[in-house]
Design a binder for this molecule. Sequence first.
Ligand SMILES: *Cc1c(COP(=O)(O)O)cnc(C)c1O
Length: 409
Amino acid sequence: MVTVNDNYLKLPGNYLFAEIAKRVKAYKASNPDADIISLGIGDVTRPLPKACIAAMTEAVQEMGEATTFKGYGPEQGYPFLLEAIRKHNYLDHGIDIAADEIFVSDGAKSDCGNIQEIFGQESRVAITDPVYPVYLDTNVMAGRTGDLQADGHFAGVTYLPCTEENNFAPPLPKEKVDIIYLCSPNNPTGTALSRAELTKWVAYARDNEAIILFDAAYQAFITEDDVPHSVYEIPGAKDVAIEFRSFSKTAGFTGTRCGYTVIPSSVKGRAADGRLVHLRSLWERRHTTKFNGTAYIVQRGAAAIFTPEGEKQVRANIAYYQENARTILAGLKKVGLTAYGGINAPYIWLKTPVASWDFFDRLLQEANIVGTPGAGFGPCGENYFRLTAFGDKERTKEAMERIATRLHV
Ligand SMILES: *Cc1c(COP(=O)(O)O)cnc(C)c1O
């Protein structure tokens, strides 16, 4: 009989969101009239910008005419989108990235998950705790870790604890690591790395021949000047960093699907025989072999984000979520709860007076609000709780009123 990839068996089930759904269902069954507000979703709710809709509608029409029909496109992305990304997200910010260093894809989750394929099996991986689960799980699947230990950590992985004590900025590892996943602004903590913090990591990567995998999915939410939007704002990063970006949280593309990965041609790794190899070439090989390009219609929609109207509409959507974040932060402060994040990200990371799952139950039962227990993102997430700013404005306000009047903190 066929054998299976045993590494998959090391992974626990998708316990977090299944457990949340189970508890909400049970509560609803015994309280059918409860009006539940979800501040747990990691998905946008505002519709796509009008400029994107107009561009995609036009692209649909093009697909219906023999003279403008498009079949397979370039795997790396259409030049019109690559050039728009290069100009608006890099050149205009003083960062020189070439169009052929950008790879358009169906989203940052796939890229963050697939990138590990181009690294050697023995490469040591460092992730933060708490963490966006994709970085860890894909390395488990690939066999780059041992088993899950009793402490909730996988053997063979370097965990970087992000806590109140270090302001949720990951400390440099004690042992030498090869691959470092950094997410800033961060999901789930909602905090972001300052220029000084990121500079420290670039220096570490340069000194230790390590690679930084920088997930900037939430860069559009940055409000503070001291927080880099791109890892390449740090001098020297172009030799040691790969950057992931997404139109999902920026422009509401979670269901439309478009993102991209930047690999400068100066980023290198070492082959078994000691030769230096361009990571960009390996990723290009992978991308062209396993991916057949993002839909033309979607790429037209993504490019419209960079038009003046598109930019204005995107800013309005982000501002809507940012107002929710301020509402949540103010609401929590009012009842004396300590909360972090929410300033450069759509996530608020609050400190729970009880264990995070107990807080989940109390918030659900007393205020009929659903959030995400921090423990689900890693052991260091215990005693924290994630609320998101992606909800409806009025419902978010209502949730904060309920916390003030119904929750026994
Ligand atoms: C939402 C999210 C992404 C983006 O995923 P897409 O596949 O582009 O929708 C990437 N990284 C993090 C940390 C996220 O939360």
